[in-house]
Design a protein around this ligand. Structure first.
Ligand SMILES: [Zn+2]
Ligand SMILES: [Zn+2]
Length: 127
């Protein structure tokens, strides 16, 4: 579960909605240089998702029917969330600006790319 939070840029005064946290079905990454966001869905990274969740849980999350004969069932080398995140970052690759998509990028103003941001307003929960 994630939420939206209103944030304001100290440098240019822009007020925008910041998307915080991810959900089970998609991963939100950000460029560490320009702050551009990228969503990666669990359908895009089935092998990593299966290694993190296990095959049955992956099928439930991805809303697909488990295939009893799938070879993916046997690939149950479990990985930690940290390994999963690293794999997702690798999958996401590089941004057009030369930066790297990562889970650890600081929030940035969408207008001037400043990291001088404060949260304002209430949170709107979703998912
Ligand atoms: Zn700004
Ligand atoms: Zn970038």
């Amino acid at each position: 579960m994630g939420h939206y939070s209103k944030a304001q840029c100290h440098d240019c005064g822009e007020v925008y909605e910041e998307h915080i946290g991810g959900s089970f079905t998609s991963q939100g990454l950000k460029c560490d240089k320009c702050g551009k966001t990228m969503e990666i869905h669990c359908h895009d990274i089935p092998e990593l998702s299966i290694q993190l969740l296990g095959y049955e849980d992956y099928c439930a999350v991805a809303r697909i029917l488990p295939d009893k004969n799938s070879r993916d069932r046997k690939k149950l080398k479990r990985i930690s969330l940290e390994e999963f995140n690293r794999g997702v970052e690798e999958f996401a690759g590089k941004c057009d600006c030369g930066g790297k998509y990562t889970f650890d990028a600081p929030p940035r103003c969408p207008k001037c790319c400043s990291t001088n941001i404060k949260e304002v307003g209430s949170k709107l929960f979703y998912d």
